[in-house]
Write a protein that binds this ligand. Structure first.
Ligand code: C2E
Ligand code: CA
Ligand code: CA
Length: 737
């Protein structure tokens, strides 16, 4: 049996055991008389607070241990309990005999006489500095973070709590900006002059050079510090301000990045004690948490309000800004203009050069738009290739002038790989207050005006007018009707002969889509092809055309008509689809025509596309035996080098050059160059849009072998072509329709 638990031999023995217990514990025990004056303290009390039993005798303990930051309300409450002889518990910041602060938890019990009067109080005090520190500091700061308190408030809280716990410390918390400069977030007790002088200084090597272990920190003594160190940079000022040493740390993020610094300054030559180390440890974690949260909030804000690609405000930020401009315009009674900018043929750039190139172009456009902005103007990216600019103050006349200058700016050359493109845009303008008084109405109306500009042939602007509301409705109807027409086989194909100039024999025919709608009448191909491109129906349209053309060719063959081939127009979107070559092979087989009977007309962009499926498809289609023709040659991109590498059989000299042949020296030079390139690469050249004999003679003199145009025949229905062909020999003048 353990001796301690055997019955005490005598009263003396029991007393000595009790005093052993009382003195060997780490808790402080203090007994006071009925007036609250100390009559006993144990050794634990002396160890904790430095006061001996003799020193405490007859003193009020609360008076001995209170200090500059002891909470006066709690003190008051304790004194009331003592004077009324009631038991109580309390937590309070006290100071030892050397002024070091510590948090204690006191449990004080009243000892009562038989009559119920308080004869003494027994207090048991436990040092809870460490736990209290976590609680006070951590709890309050975490609470503030949860409440989304602003970063400066959170930092101020850390500073005050640290300095409350360790009043000899003057804390500073600084944040590192993207240029490696430090800015003060909190330094409530440091002299303002010093704080100001340190702000914005480059941390420079101080952080990268020394791998400061989290808790160790670095101690700087201002009287000794070499002048090149960051902390010593203002050492004279520091000394003038009475700062003697500085113990500093790097605040790091969870992944080790430097976020800022935490420094404890002292007015005496000293380093940190255990309490300070502990405080620094807790504060570093809290600072890191708060700064990281701030960074991610900032990031979220950027993501939420800015377009990640161009850095322009996104739709929601733009709407908010325009709303506030509108409010201001209403207050000031001034006008505002919204420009809705949509790049022309941006899809083609994407399809031809790949999405990274498209992205680069969008960034460049954003940069150019920004350069056009005045002080109060706002620009943003709505989506894809749509940008919006709000101009204020701005009336109709000014809007048009500004719009023209933005369009001119956008039209500057831009290099994509080996190719130079000159971006163009279609712009719609809506004015406040005439065309609407809310952001949404104005955007809608500017959008309609933009559509109108686009349908008028791109690279134009158009001002909203109420008539456009009707047109927009009509476009919607047209879209619906086109879907229906495609679905119900209501389109037709017309065929235009391509004629060999030497003997007017047939080189081939080009199939051109025609749409006659019972309500809308003849819809021009430019209109419905563009609509199909914009509304995602172009592949259906192209498939329908190829199918119908192959079917027709077969019929002609059955009739014994010698039609060398049929050319069809294929849009880049259709062509770049991975499944396209397989689909072509099946369509040829289904219609019983061979690959050599089909010529696909593609635009230059398709040949330059090295990223999307178009590149692979060029070879796959060629391998099938289907030939490729470059349509509208000369209007697209200014790179010819691709022609050497590409599996191309034919170039179609664009009709805009042919039209100018008689009057324009450059057009003649260009057509001559195209014809000789064709000859040297063994490509057939087909001149498009030949309308006059003079054009025909010029082309022929330049060595052009094949032409297509109203001079020979207009596009015509299949039956008419049969008739046209059977007029033999075909005197062009008679058969022209
Ligand atoms: P494109 O491929 O350049 O077609 C030639 C256009 O020039 C046709 O216009 C034709 O009617 C016209 N044309 C022919 N000879 C002359 C002439 O002597 N003078 C003038 N001024 N024009 C002439 P169309 O049929 O209105 O087609 C316009 C455009 O619509 C075509 O230009 C083509 O890009 C597109 N398109 C037409 N049909 C289809 C189709 O089935 N699929 C696709 N993807 N696009 C098509
Ligand atoms: Ca064509
Ligand atoms: Ca053409």
């Amino acid at each position: 049996m353990n001796k301690i638990f055997s019955a005490p031999a005598s009263f003396e023995a029991e007393h000595s055991l009790l005093s052993l217990a009382a003195n060997e514990t780490d808790t402080a025990i203090v007994i006071t008389d009925n007036l609250g004056k100390a009559i006993y303290v144990n050794d634990g009390f002396t160890r904790m607070l430095g006061y001996t039993s003799a020193e405490m005798w007859g003193k009020l303990p609360s008076a001995m241990v209170c200090g500059p930051y002891t909470d006066t309300e709690t003190l008051q409450r304790i004194r009331q309990h003592v004077s009324s002889g009631e038991s109580f518990r309390a937590e309070i910041l006290i100071y030892d005999r050397w002024g070091k602060p510590l948090w204690i938890s006191a449990v004080v019990n009243a000892v009562k006489s038989e009559q119920g009067e308080c004869t003494a109080m027994v207090g048991v005090w436990t040092d809870i500095t460490n736990t209290k520190m976590h609680e006070v500091l951590q709890h309050k700061v975490l609470h503030a973070l949860v409440r989304e308190a602003p970063i400066l408030g959170v930092m101020r809280l850390i500073c005050t709590e640290v300095e409350r716990i360790a009043p000899e410390v003057m804390i500073s918390i600084r944040r590192l900006d993207e240029y490696k400069r430090l800015w003060t977030l909190g330094a409530p007790s440091l002299p303002a002059d010093y704080v100001k002088a340190m702000d914005g200084l480059m941390l420079g090597h101080a952080i990268e050079d020394c791998e400061i272990p989290g808790l160790e920190g670095q101690l700087v003594i201002f009287a000794e510090q070499t002048p090149d160190s960051f902390w010593g940079r203002q050492k004279d000022l520091a000394q003038e301000c009475g700062l003697v040493t500085c113990w500093w740390h790097v605040i790091r993020s969870s992944d080790g990045c430097t976020l800022g610094t935490l420094a404890f300054y002292y007015r005496e030559t000293r380093g940190p004690d255990n309490l300070h180390r502990h405080l620094a440890d807790v504060s570093l974690n809290l600072c890191s948490l708060a700064l990281e949260r701030e960074a991610s909030k900032e990031n979220i804000r950027r993501l939420a309000y800015y377009d990640g690609l161009t850095g322009l405000p996104n739709r929601s930020a733009l709407v908010a800004r325009i709303e506030s401009l509108l409010a201001e315009a209403t207050r000031e009674g001034c006008a505002l203009a919204l420009l809705f900018i949509d790049l022309d043929r941006f899809k083609q750039v994407n399809d031809s050069f790949g999405h990274p190139a498209g992205d680069t172009l969008l960034c460049e456009v954003a940069r150019r738009v920004k350069e056009c902005l005045g002080k109060f103007d706002v620009a943003g990216r709505l989506s894809g290739d749509e940008f919006v600019v709000a101009l204020m103050p701005c009336d109709a006349g000014k809007a048009v002038a500004r719009c023209e200058s933005i369009m001119a700016k956008l039209n500057g050359p831009f290099t994509i790989g080996p190719t130079i493109v000159t971006p163009t845009a279609s712009v719609g303008i809506a004015l406040f207050p005439q065309h609407g008084d809310s952001v949404h109405t104005l955007l809608l109306h500017a959008d309609m005006a933009m559509y109108h500009a686009k349908s008028k042939g791109r690279h134009r602007y158009s001002m909203f007018n109420p008539e456009l509301n009707r047109i927009s409705q009509e476009n919607l109807k047209l879209e619906r009707a086109l879907r229906e027409a495609l679905h119900n086989d209501q389109l037709q194909l017309h065929y235009q002969p391509q004629v060999r100039l030497e003997d007017e024999s047939l080189h081939g025919v080009e199939a051109l889509a025609r749409w006659h709608h019972p309500d809308f009448g003849m819809v021009p191909p430019e209109r419905f092809v563009t609509l199909a491109e914009e509304r995602g129906m172009i592949a259906d349209l192209d498939h329908w055309v190829i199918h119908a053309a192959c079917g027709q060719l077969r019929k002609w063959r059955c009739l014994g008509l010698a039609i060398p081939h049929v050319s069809v127009n294929v849009s880049p979107t259709t062509f770049s689809d991975q499944a396209f070559p397989g689909w072509i092979a099946r369509t040829l087989a289904e219609n019983g025509v061979c690959a050599a009977d089909l010529m696909l007309e593609v635009t230059e962009g398709v040949l330059l596309d090295t990223v999307s499926g178009a590149f692979a498809n060029l070879n796959a289609v060629r391998d099938l035996g289907v030939r490729l023709s470059v349509d509208d040659f000369g209007t697209g991109y200014s790179s010819l080098s691709y022609l050497y590498r590409m599996p191309v059989a034919e170039l179609k000299l664009d009709k805009s050059f042919v039209r100018e042949l008689e009057y324009n020296e450059s057009a003649r030079a260009l057509s001559s160059a195209v014809i000789s390139i064709g000859a040297s690469l063994r490509l057939a050249i087909v001149a498009e849009g030949v309308e006059s004999d003079a054009q025909r003679r010029t082309l022929q003199a330049q060595g052009c072998k094949v032409a297509q145009g109203y001079l020979f025949a207009r596009p015509m229905e299949a039956d008419k072509l049969t008739a046209w062909l059977t007029c033999s020999p075909p005197p062009a003048s008679v058969c022209r329709s």
